[in-house]
Design a protein around this ligand. Structure first.
Ligand SMILES: Nc1ncnc2c1ncn2[C@@H]1O[C@H](COP(=O)(O)OP(=O)(O)OP(=O)(O)O)[C@@H](O)[C@H]1O
Length: 409
Protein backbone atom coordinates (compact mmCIF):
# COMPACT_ATOMS: atom_id res chain seq x y z
CA UNK A 1 0.00 0.00 0.00
CA UNK A 2 1.44 3.36 -0.92
CA UNK A 3 1.81 6.32 1.36
CA UNK A 4 -1.55 8.01 0.86
CA UNK A 5 -3.76 5.08 1.92
CA UNK A 6 -1.39 4.44 4.79
CA UNK A 7 -1.96 7.97 5.98
CA UNK A 8 -5.71 7.62 5.69
CA UNK A 9 -5.58 4.34 7.56
CA UNK A 10 -3.51 5.92 10.30
CA UNK A 11 -5.90 8.80 10.62
CA UNK A 12 -8.93 6.47 10.79
CA UNK A 13 -7.19 4.49 13.46
CA UNK A 14 -6.29 7.64 15.41
CA UNK A 15 -9.87 8.94 15.38
CA UNK A 16 -11.22 5.54 16.35
CA UNK A 17 -8.87 5.25 19.33
CA UNK A 18 -9.81 8.77 20.39
CA UNK A 19 -13.53 8.00 20.03
CA UNK A 20 -13.21 4.89 22.15
CA UNK A 21 -11.33 6.78 24.84
CA UNK A 22 -13.94 9.56 24.93
CA UNK A 23 -16.71 7.00 24.85
CA UNK A 24 -15.34 5.16 27.84
CA UNK A 25 -15.10 8.46 29.73
CA UNK A 26 -18.73 9.15 28.98
CA UNK A 27 -18.06 12.14 26.69
CA UNK A 28 -20.84 11.25 24.35
CA UNK A 29 -20.88 14.22 22.00
CA UNK A 30 -17.16 14.26 21.43
CA UNK A 31 -17.05 10.49 21.05
CA UNK A 32 -19.70 10.70 18.35
CA UNK A 33 -17.68 13.32 16.51
CA UNK A 34 -14.57 11.19 16.58
CA UNK A 35 -16.42 8.06 15.49
CA UNK A 36 -17.78 10.13 12.64
CA UNK A 37 -14.30 11.22 11.59
CA UNK A 38 -13.06 7.64 11.73
CA UNK A 39 -15.95 6.57 9.52
CA UNK A 40 -15.23 9.34 7.04
CA UNK A 41 -11.59 8.31 6.76
CA UNK A 42 -12.52 4.66 6.28
CA UNK A 43 -15.13 5.43 3.65
CA UNK A 44 -12.71 7.68 1.79
CA UNK A 45 -10.12 4.90 1.84
CA UNK A 46 -12.54 2.44 0.30
CA UNK A 47 -13.68 4.93 -2.33
CA UNK A 48 -10.19 5.87 -3.41
CA UNK A 49 -8.84 2.32 -3.43
CA UNK A 50 -11.86 0.19 -4.35
CA UNK A 51 -9.80 -2.95 -4.95
CA UNK A 52 -7.87 -2.91 -1.72
CA UNK A 53 -7.94 -6.21 0.11
CA UNK A 54 -8.80 -4.77 3.49
CA UNK A 55 -11.87 -2.91 2.31
CA UNK A 56 -14.26 -5.43 3.78
CA UNK A 57 -12.60 -5.00 7.13
CA UNK A 58 -12.77 -1.22 6.84
CA UNK A 59 -16.46 -1.29 6.03
CA UNK A 60 -17.20 -3.61 8.93
CA UNK A 61 -15.41 -1.21 11.24
CA UNK A 62 -17.25 1.76 9.81
CA UNK A 63 -20.56 -0.02 10.38
CA UNK A 64 -19.62 -0.81 13.94
CA UNK A 65 -18.82 2.84 14.62
CA UNK A 66 -22.05 3.89 12.96
CA UNK A 67 -24.01 1.53 15.20
CA UNK A 68 -22.20 2.85 18.21
CA UNK A 69 -23.13 6.41 17.24
CA UNK A 70 -26.77 5.33 16.97
CA UNK A 71 -26.58 3.65 20.37
CA UNK A 72 -25.11 6.77 21.93
CA UNK A 73 -27.72 9.00 20.35
CA UNK A 74 -30.50 6.68 21.42
CA UNK A 75 -29.35 6.43 25.04
CA UNK A 76 -28.94 10.18 25.08
CA UNK A 77 -32.61 10.52 24.20
CA UNK A 78 -33.58 8.01 26.88
CA UNK A 79 -31.54 9.16 29.79
CA UNK A 80 -29.27 12.15 29.76
CA UNK A 81 -27.20 11.36 32.78
CA UNK A 82 -26.34 7.75 32.43
CA UNK A 83 -23.49 6.99 30.06
CA UNK A 84 -24.05 3.95 27.90
CA UNK A 85 -21.93 1.18 29.31
CA UNK A 86 -19.33 -0.12 26.92
CA UNK A 87 -17.59 -2.57 29.23
CA UNK A 88 -19.22 -5.73 27.99
CA UNK A 89 -18.18 -7.74 25.06
CA UNK A 90 -15.17 -5.62 24.32
CA UNK A 91 -13.12 -6.07 21.22
CA UNK A 92 -9.48 -5.20 21.36
CA UNK A 93 -8.68 -2.78 18.57
CA UNK A 94 -6.47 -4.77 16.32
CA UNK A 95 -2.88 -4.27 17.26
CA UNK A 96 -3.27 -0.53 16.84
CA UNK A 97 -2.44 2.05 19.39
CA UNK A 98 -3.98 -0.18 22.01
CA UNK A 99 -5.60 2.75 23.71
CA UNK A 100 -8.97 1.25 24.31
CA UNK A 101 -11.55 -1.19 23.21
CA UNK A 102 -13.70 -1.04 20.16
CA UNK A 103 -17.31 -0.27 20.87
CA UNK A 104 -19.64 -3.02 21.80
CA UNK A 105 -22.93 -1.26 21.89
CA UNK A 106 -23.31 -2.24 25.50
CA UNK A 107 -26.14 -3.77 27.40
CA UNK A 108 -27.62 -0.41 28.31
CA UNK A 109 -28.43 0.64 24.78
CA UNK A 110 -31.55 -0.39 22.95
CA UNK A 111 -30.28 -0.47 19.41
CA UNK A 112 -26.52 -0.57 19.56
CA UNK A 113 -25.86 -4.21 19.88
CA UNK A 114 -22.78 -4.24 17.73
CA UNK A 115 -21.44 -7.68 17.12
CA UNK A 116 -17.98 -8.52 18.19
CA UNK A 117 -15.87 -7.66 15.23
CA UNK A 118 -12.91 -9.67 14.28
CA UNK A 119 -11.14 -8.74 11.10
CA UNK A 120 -11.20 -11.78 8.98
CA UNK A 121 -7.70 -12.99 8.24
CA UNK A 122 -8.97 -15.27 5.49
CA UNK A 123 -10.22 -12.26 3.55
CA UNK A 124 -6.65 -11.32 2.92
CA UNK A 125 -5.58 -14.62 1.59
CA UNK A 126 -6.41 -15.47 -1.96
CA UNK A 127 -6.03 -19.14 -2.68
CA UNK A 128 -6.23 -20.06 -6.28
CA UNK A 129 -5.06 -22.35 -9.03
CA UNK A 130 -3.98 -19.81 -11.62
CA UNK A 131 -4.01 -20.42 -15.35
CA UNK A 132 -1.17 -18.15 -16.35
CA UNK A 133 1.15 -19.59 -18.99
CA UNK A 134 4.84 -18.72 -19.32
CA UNK A 135 4.07 -17.19 -22.73
CA UNK A 136 1.86 -14.59 -21.15
CA UNK A 137 4.83 -13.40 -19.14
CA UNK A 138 6.74 -11.36 -21.67
CA UNK A 139 10.54 -11.22 -21.55
CA UNK A 140 12.25 -11.90 -18.20
CA UNK A 141 14.03 -14.95 -19.57
CA UNK A 142 16.60 -15.11 -16.75
CA UNK A 143 13.89 -14.89 -14.14
CA UNK A 144 11.81 -17.60 -15.83
CA UNK A 145 14.81 -19.91 -16.05
CA UNK A 146 15.76 -19.35 -12.41
CA UNK A 147 12.24 -20.11 -11.27
CA UNK A 148 12.02 -23.22 -13.41
CA UNK A 149 15.32 -24.46 -12.04
CA UNK A 150 14.36 -23.96 -8.45
CA UNK A 151 10.72 -24.97 -8.46
CA UNK A 152 9.72 -26.90 -11.54
CA UNK A 153 12.67 -29.27 -12.03
CA UNK A 154 12.99 -30.37 -8.37
CA UNK A 155 9.25 -30.89 -8.34
CA UNK A 156 9.44 -33.19 -11.33
CA UNK A 157 12.57 -35.17 -10.37
CA UNK A 158 13.33 -34.76 -6.66
CA UNK A 159 15.71 -37.73 -6.87
CA UNK A 160 18.15 -35.59 -8.86
CA UNK A 161 18.55 -33.15 -5.97
CA UNK A 162 20.16 -35.15 -3.14
CA UNK A 163 21.36 -31.98 -1.43
CA UNK A 164 17.91 -30.43 -1.47
CA UNK A 165 16.93 -27.24 -3.23
CA UNK A 166 15.98 -23.71 -2.32
CA UNK A 167 12.45 -23.07 -1.13
CA UNK A 168 12.69 -19.31 -0.74
CA UNK A 169 12.84 -17.04 -3.77
CA UNK A 170 12.95 -13.27 -3.73
CA UNK A 171 11.72 -11.32 -6.74
CA UNK A 172 12.77 -7.70 -6.66
CA UNK A 173 12.58 -4.80 -9.05
CA UNK A 174 10.42 -1.87 -10.10
CA UNK A 175 6.64 -2.12 -9.80
CA UNK A 176 4.55 -3.44 -12.65
CA UNK A 177 7.15 -5.64 -14.34
CA UNK A 178 5.63 -9.04 -13.73
CA UNK A 179 6.64 -10.33 -10.29
CA UNK A 180 3.13 -11.51 -9.53
CA UNK A 181 2.65 -12.90 -13.03
CA UNK A 182 5.89 -14.88 -12.83
CA UNK A 183 4.93 -16.44 -9.53
CA UNK A 184 1.46 -17.30 -10.82
CA UNK A 185 2.94 -18.88 -13.96
CA UNK A 186 5.23 -21.02 -11.81
CA UNK A 187 2.27 -22.20 -9.73
CA UNK A 188 0.34 -22.99 -12.90
CA UNK A 189 3.16 -25.06 -14.35
CA UNK A 190 3.43 -27.26 -11.28
CA UNK A 191 -0.37 -27.36 -11.00
CA UNK A 192 -0.12 -26.05 -7.48
CA UNK A 193 -2.02 -23.70 -5.25
CA UNK A 194 -1.07 -20.07 -5.42
CA UNK A 195 -1.61 -18.22 -2.17
CA UNK A 196 -1.31 -14.51 -2.76
CA UNK A 197 -1.05 -12.20 0.23
CA UNK A 198 0.32 -8.79 0.67
CA UNK A 199 2.49 -8.25 3.65
CA UNK A 200 1.42 -4.65 4.12
CA UNK A 201 -2.16 -5.69 4.88
CA UNK A 202 -0.94 -8.29 7.32
CA UNK A 203 0.74 -5.52 9.24
CA UNK A 204 -2.40 -3.44 9.30
CA UNK A 205 -3.53 -2.09 12.63
CA UNK A 206 -6.97 -3.48 11.96
CA UNK A 207 -6.02 -7.09 11.69
CA UNK A 208 -4.77 -8.19 15.04
CA UNK A 209 -1.25 -9.16 15.92
CA UNK A 210 0.88 -9.35 12.84
CA UNK A 211 3.11 -12.17 14.05
CA UNK A 212 0.06 -14.33 14.65
CA UNK A 213 -1.08 -13.60 11.11
CA UNK A 214 2.29 -14.75 9.81
CA UNK A 215 2.04 -17.94 11.75
CA UNK A 216 -1.54 -18.55 10.57
CA UNK A 217 -0.48 -17.99 7.01
CA UNK A 218 2.32 -20.56 7.10
CA UNK A 219 0.16 -23.05 8.97
CA UNK A 220 -2.52 -22.69 6.36
CA UNK A 221 -0.02 -23.20 3.52
CA UNK A 222 1.51 -26.27 5.22
CA UNK A 223 -1.89 -27.81 5.84
CA UNK A 224 -2.96 -27.25 2.27
CA UNK A 225 0.19 -28.92 1.01
CA UNK A 226 -0.17 -31.88 3.37
CA UNK A 227 -3.90 -32.43 3.06
CA UNK A 228 -4.21 -32.06 -0.69
CA UNK A 229 -0.79 -33.39 -1.62
CA UNK A 230 -0.27 -30.64 -4.18
CA UNK A 231 2.52 -28.08 -4.22
CA UNK A 232 1.77 -24.75 -2.62
CA UNK A 233 3.36 -21.52 -3.67
CA UNK A 234 3.05 -18.82 -1.10
CA UNK A 235 3.48 -15.41 -2.73
CA UNK A 236 4.09 -12.58 -0.29
CA UNK A 237 4.01 -9.18 -1.95
CA UNK A 238 5.64 -6.10 -0.41
CA UNK A 239 7.63 -8.38 1.84
CA UNK A 240 9.74 -5.42 3.00
CA UNK A 241 6.78 -4.17 5.01
CA UNK A 242 7.25 -7.05 7.45
CA UNK A 243 10.26 -5.15 8.64
CA UNK A 244 8.53 -1.85 8.35
CA UNK A 245 7.94 1.06 10.60
CA UNK A 246 4.21 0.63 10.32
CA UNK A 247 3.73 -1.43 13.40
CA UNK A 248 3.57 1.23 16.04
CA UNK A 249 3.71 -1.22 18.89
CA UNK A 250 7.09 -1.26 20.61
CA UNK A 251 8.90 -4.50 19.88
CA UNK A 252 6.25 -5.42 17.31
CA UNK A 253 8.58 -5.33 14.33
CA UNK A 254 11.09 -7.58 15.99
CA UNK A 255 8.47 -10.18 16.84
CA UNK A 256 7.06 -10.14 13.32
CA UNK A 257 10.48 -10.46 11.79
CA UNK A 258 11.49 -13.29 14.09
CA UNK A 259 8.26 -15.13 13.44
CA UNK A 260 8.84 -14.87 9.72
CA UNK A 261 12.45 -16.03 9.95
CA UNK A 262 11.42 -19.01 12.08
CA UNK A 263 8.74 -19.99 9.58
CA UNK A 264 11.22 -19.70 6.71
CA UNK A 265 13.72 -21.90 8.56
CA UNK A 266 10.96 -24.46 8.98
CA UNK A 267 10.39 -24.49 5.25
CA UNK A 268 14.01 -24.54 4.21
CA UNK A 269 14.77 -27.38 6.59
CA UNK A 270 11.94 -29.51 5.25
CA UNK A 271 12.29 -32.94 3.80
CA UNK A 272 12.11 -33.57 0.08
CA UNK A 273 8.45 -34.43 0.34
CA UNK A 274 7.50 -30.93 1.31
CA UNK A 275 6.32 -28.92 -1.65
CA UNK A 276 5.89 -25.59 -0.07
CA UNK A 277 7.64 -22.61 -1.63
CA UNK A 278 7.77 -19.01 -0.57
CA UNK A 279 8.18 -16.31 -3.18
CA UNK A 280 8.69 -12.90 -1.66
CA UNK A 281 8.34 -9.80 -3.83
CA UNK A 282 9.62 -6.32 -3.13
CA UNK A 283 10.20 -2.98 -4.81
CA UNK A 284 12.57 -2.02 -2.01
CA UNK A 285 15.13 -4.80 -1.70
CA UNK A 286 17.58 -2.47 0.07
CA UNK A 287 15.34 -2.36 3.08
CA UNK A 288 15.75 -6.10 3.67
CA UNK A 289 18.40 -7.06 6.14
CA UNK A 290 20.92 -9.88 5.94
CA UNK A 291 18.89 -12.36 8.02
CA UNK A 292 16.01 -11.99 5.63
CA UNK A 293 18.10 -12.29 2.51
CA UNK A 294 19.78 -15.45 3.74
CA UNK A 295 16.40 -17.21 3.82
CA UNK A 296 15.86 -16.43 0.15
CA UNK A 297 18.58 -18.42 -1.54
CA UNK A 298 17.46 -17.28 -4.99
CA UNK A 299 17.24 -13.56 -5.54
CA UNK A 300 15.97 -12.60 -8.94
CA UNK A 301 15.88 -9.17 -10.54
CA UNK A 302 12.62 -8.60 -12.41
CA UNK A 303 13.68 -5.86 -14.78
CA UNK A 304 12.02 -3.24 -16.92
CA UNK A 305 11.26 -4.66 -20.37
CA UNK A 306 14.00 -4.33 -23.01
CA UNK A 307 13.26 -3.28 -26.58
CA UNK A 308 12.28 -6.78 -27.75
CA UNK A 309 9.98 -7.26 -24.75
CA UNK A 310 8.35 -3.88 -25.29
CA UNK A 311 7.63 -4.91 -28.88
CA UNK A 312 6.01 -8.09 -27.62
CA UNK A 313 4.06 -6.21 -24.97
CA UNK A 314 2.67 -3.78 -27.54
CA UNK A 315 1.78 -6.72 -29.75
CA UNK A 316 0.05 -8.48 -26.89
CA UNK A 317 -1.89 -5.49 -25.59
CA UNK A 318 -2.92 -4.08 -28.98
CA UNK A 319 -4.14 -7.48 -30.21
CA UNK A 320 -7.71 -7.01 -28.95
CA UNK A 321 -7.82 -3.44 -30.35
CA UNK A 322 -8.82 -2.20 -33.76
CA UNK A 323 -5.51 -0.77 -35.01
CA UNK A 324 -4.46 0.96 -38.23
CA UNK A 325 -2.58 -1.44 -40.45
CA UNK A 326 0.32 1.02 -40.51
CA UNK A 327 0.71 0.97 -36.71
CA UNK A 328 4.44 1.16 -36.04
CA UNK A 329 4.99 -1.17 -33.13
CA UNK A 330 8.79 -0.97 -33.57
CA UNK A 331 8.67 2.77 -33.13
CA UNK A 332 6.44 2.47 -30.07
CA UNK A 333 8.90 0.04 -28.51
CA UNK A 334 11.76 2.48 -29.15
CA UNK A 335 10.08 5.51 -27.67
CA UNK A 336 8.99 3.70 -24.52
CA UNK A 337 12.44 2.88 -23.19
CA UNK A 338 12.13 3.18 -19.39
CA UNK A 339 8.43 2.30 -19.24
CA UNK A 340 7.32 -0.77 -17.28
CA UNK A 341 5.20 -3.59 -18.69
CA UNK A 342 2.25 -2.35 -16.73
CA UNK A 343 2.84 1.22 -18.03
CA UNK A 344 2.64 -0.18 -21.56
CA UNK A 345 -0.58 -1.99 -20.79
CA UNK A 346 -2.00 1.27 -19.36
CA UNK A 347 -0.90 3.21 -22.44
CA UNK A 348 -2.70 0.76 -24.74
CA UNK A 349 -5.79 1.12 -22.59
CA UNK A 350 -5.59 4.93 -22.67
CA UNK A 351 -5.31 4.93 -26.44
CA UNK A 352 -8.44 2.83 -26.72
CA UNK A 353 -10.26 5.13 -24.27
CA UNK A 354 -9.25 8.10 -26.40
CA UNK A 355 -10.99 6.80 -29.51
CA UNK A 356 -14.02 5.64 -27.54
CA UNK A 357 -14.36 9.08 -25.94
CA UNK A 358 -14.09 10.67 -29.35
CA UNK A 359 -16.98 8.56 -30.54
CA UNK A 360 -19.13 9.58 -27.57
CA UNK A 361 -18.22 13.22 -27.98
CA UNK A 362 -19.20 13.10 -31.65
CA UNK A 363 -22.71 12.21 -30.48
CA UNK A 364 -22.76 9.09 -32.66
CA UNK A 365 -21.94 6.43 -30.08
CA UNK A 366 -25.50 5.21 -29.77
CA UNK A 367 -26.15 4.95 -33.50
CA UNK A 368 -26.45 1.50 -35.05
CA UNK A 369 -23.06 -0.06 -35.87
CA UNK A 370 -21.16 2.99 -34.63
CA UNK A 371 -17.56 2.08 -33.81
CA UNK A 372 -14.51 4.07 -32.83
CA UNK A 373 -11.93 4.71 -35.52
CA UNK A 374 -8.85 2.45 -35.53
CA UNK A 375 -6.02 3.54 -33.24
CA UNK A 376 -2.80 4.71 -34.85
CA UNK A 377 0.81 5.55 -33.98
CA UNK A 378 -0.08 9.23 -33.48
CA UNK A 379 -2.59 8.33 -30.77
CA UNK A 380 0.18 6.56 -28.88
CA UNK A 381 2.54 9.50 -29.32
CA UNK A 382 -0.09 11.85 -27.94
CA UNK A 383 -0.71 9.67 -24.90
CA UNK A 384 3.03 9.32 -24.30
CA UNK A 385 3.34 13.11 -24.09
CA UNK A 386 1.20 13.08 -20.99
CA UNK A 387 2.14 9.67 -19.57
CA UNK A 388 5.62 9.51 -18.10
CA UNK A 389 7.34 6.27 -16.97
CA UNK A 390 6.33 5.22 -13.47
CA UNK A 391 9.90 4.37 -12.52
CA UNK A 392 12.68 6.95 -12.39
CA UNK A 393 16.16 6.51 -13.79
CA UNK A 394 17.55 6.93 -10.29
CA UNK A 395 15.43 4.05 -9.05
CA UNK A 396 16.75 1.81 -11.83
CA UNK A 397 20.31 2.71 -10.88
CA UNK A 398 19.52 1.80 -7.30
CA UNK A 399 18.19 -1.63 -8.36
CA UNK A 400 21.27 -2.24 -10.43
CA UNK A 401 23.58 -1.32 -7.59
CA UNK A 402 21.69 -3.61 -5.23
CA UNK A 403 21.73 -6.40 -7.82
CA UNK A 404 25.49 -6.20 -8.24
CA UNK A 405 25.82 -6.89 -4.59
CA UNK A 406 23.01 -9.30 -3.73
CA UNK A 407 21.60 -10.98 -6.82
CA UNK A 408 21.65 -14.79 -6.53
CA UNK A 409 20.46 -16.87 -9.46
N1 LIG B 1 6.37 -9.28 -18.03
C1 LIG B 1 5.08 -9.00 -18.28
N2 LIG B 1 4.45 -9.53 -19.34
C2 LIG B 1 3.16 -9.24 -19.60
N3 LIG B 1 2.40 -8.43 -18.85
C3 LIG B 1 2.97 -7.87 -17.77
C4 LIG B 1 4.34 -8.14 -17.42
N4 LIG B 1 4.63 -7.48 -16.30
C5 LIG B 1 3.51 -6.83 -15.94
N5 LIG B 1 2.51 -7.05 -16.82
C6 LIG B 1 1.15 -6.49 -16.75
O1 LIG B 1 1.10 -5.55 -15.71
C7 LIG B 1 0.25 -6.00 -14.65
C8 LIG B 1 0.95 -5.73 -13.31
O2 LIG B 1 2.06 -6.56 -13.23
P1 LIG B 1 2.44 -7.37 -11.89
O3 LIG B 1 1.40 -7.15 -10.86
O4 LIG B 1 2.80 -8.76 -12.22
O5 LIG B 1 3.72 -6.57 -11.55
P2 LIG B 1 4.55 -6.62 -10.23
O6 LIG B 1 5.98 -6.57 -10.67
O7 LIG B 1 4.09 -7.72 -9.39
O8 LIG B 1 4.15 -5.23 -9.66
P3 LIG B 1 4.06 -4.73 -8.15
O9 LIG B 1 5.46 -4.60 -7.71
O10 LIG B 1 3.34 -3.43 -8.37
O11 LIG B 1 3.25 -5.77 -7.41
C9 LIG B 1 0.05 -7.48 -14.91
O12 LIG B 1 -1.19 -7.92 -14.46
C10 LIG B 1 0.17 -7.58 -16.40
O13 LIG B 1 -1.05 -7.27 -16.99
Amino acid sequence: MSLAPQELENSASKYAAEAIRLDSQGSRGMAIQSYQRAIEALVKLVQIYPDYKLNKVYMERANAYQNRIKALQMSHGLDDDRPTPIEDNRVEPANGNGKGSAPSGGSGSKSGNVETLKADFDDLVMKDKPKVSWDEVIGLDDAKRAIRESIVYPMKRPDLFPLGWPRGILLYGPPGCGKTLLAAAAAAEIDGYFINVDAASMMSKWLGEAEKNISKLFTMARKLNESEGVPVLLFIDEIDSLLGQRNSEVGGEVRVKNQFLTEMDGINGKSKESQLYVIGATNKPWSLEAGFLRRFQKRIYVTLPDNASRTNLFNQYTRPLNTESALKIDELAKITDGYSASDIKDICQSVQLRVVNELFESGKAMEANANPRPVGTTDFREILKIRKPSVSVDMIRAYMRWSDQFKAL
